[in-house]
Design a protein around this ligand. Structure first.
Ligand code: HEC
Length: 174
């Protein structure tokens, strides 16, 4: 498959960001994502940290990438592909200045999570999701799944960029 250009990636990401700006994420409503039928897993906010990321540009977000116990063990052991039952949750917030931190540090340099934007889920179930690399995808804003068009973009981008890493971008931060 043709690799996506950085521009395509940035554009697609921006479209998602615009769609997500007005609402908040983090709910645990029981609504499933289109195409995949993925729900926000109960208790995901208590999962362990795989890594963090910072997306500059229009998105301007901070993210925490969390894993359930199955995913954590695989990331720590470097197991690929990730085993059945692995779930990854990417939780994102707007990046905002921390005025209190800046005052303490004496310059504008501290950034912290602001309003929640999206919660994104990837669930490994090779039988159920055979056509998408064994992964089911879900993107949620304010606890509600986003539309079908957005869910059509998930696998193609992950496939085009990280096929050789079990379709997962995130690397474990030791
Ligand atoms: C234009 C490319 C692109 C599209 C489309 C895309 N992603 Fe991703 N995704 C990324 C990148 C890049 C990362 C790593 C950056 C980060 O974690 O902040 C990522 C990370 C993730 C992660 C954390 C695990 C990992 O692979 O690192 C999840 C979960 C995720 N995406 C879910 C989704 C879902 C659900 C959709 C569709 C609704 C989607 N993605 C659509 C590019 C994309």
């Amino acid at each position: 498959m043709k690799r996506m250009s950085l521009f395509t990636l940035a554009t697609a990401t921006t479209v998602c960001a615009i769609a997500s700006i007005s609402s908040s994420a983090g709910g645990t409503d029981d609504e499933a994502s289109p195409i995949f039928g993925v729900r926000i897993p109960a208790g995901y906010r208590q999962w362990s940290l795989i890594a963090v990321s910072h997306e500059a540009g229009n998105l301007d977000e901070l993210r925490g990438i969390l894993g359930n116990a199955v995913a954590m063990k695989a990331f720590q052991d470097g197991t690929l592909p990730l085993p059945e039952g692995a779930i990854i949750a990417k939780v994102a917030w707007k990046q905002v200045s921390s005025l209190g931190d800046d005052a303490a540090l004496g310059s504008m340099q501290a950034y912290v999570p602001g309003a929640p934007t999206t919660v994104q889920i990837m669930i490994k179930d090779s039988a159920k999701y055979a056509e998408t690399g064994g992964w089911g995808f879900g993107r949620f804003i304010g606890g509600k799944p986003t539309d079908e068009a957005q869910h059509e973009t998930c696998f193609p981008c992950h496939q085009a960029n990280v096929k050789d890493h079990d379709f997962v971008f995130t690397r474990y931060a030791p």
